[in-house]
Design a protein around this ligand. Sequence first.
Ligand code: FES
Length: 118
Amino acid sequence: MTLPEGQATTPQWYPLCPADAIGTGQSKQFSINGTALFVVNQGGCYFAFENRCPHLGIELQWQPDRFLDAEGEFIQCSTHGALFLIEDGECIAGPCRGQSLRPLPIKTDAGQLLIKVP
Ligand code: FES
C-alpha cells in the first residue's frame, strides 16, 4: 500500500483491513508506505508494531503472517527465539532483552482496523 503523495510526512489514521481478517491469537503483516509492520489480535485487542527487531533491525516472522510463539503468548523472533510482550513489545528474553519493538497506534472504527505509520 502507498499513501497518496503529500501525505507521507503527516501521520494519520490509515485503513488497514477488516478487523475480523485477523482472528484471536493470529497475526498479520503489512507494508505501508515503506514501513513493514504487523498486527496481533490477542483476545480481541489489537496491537501493532514495526516489523523490525530493535537490536539487528531484521524482520521477525517465522513464515508470512506468523509472529507468535507456539502457545500464542509472545511475539517471537524467528532468528533468535527472543520473546517480546504482545502488550507493549518489550523483549523479555533474548539478545535484545530490555529493548522494545516500536509500537504503532491502532484502533477499530466501524469494523475496520486503522493505523498510524511514521
Ligand atoms: S533479530 Fe533481534 S532478537 Fe532476533
